[in-house]
Design a protein around this ligand. Sequence first.
Ligand SMILES: [Zn+2]
Ligand SMILES: [Zn+2]
Length: 64
Amino acid sequence: MAHRTVTCPFCQRDFEGQRALAIHVQADHAGRPWVPRCEICGATFESPADLKTHHEVAHRSGRS
Ligand SMILES: [Zn+2]
Ligand SMILES: [Zn+2]
């Protein structure tokens, strides 16, 4: 039952398998440079690491 998850290299989200990742990349990252953006407040960042730090500081998701 275990799905092998793969992480999007652009936005660091996890997907269940290469196919799901490919569909996501086509939908969300096709043809334009992706900018890390907070889903909660819409702020944009220079790198996924900056977005992660923002989440921890501004929204405190509670997951570590
Ligand atoms: Zn992505
Ligand atoms: Zn935010």
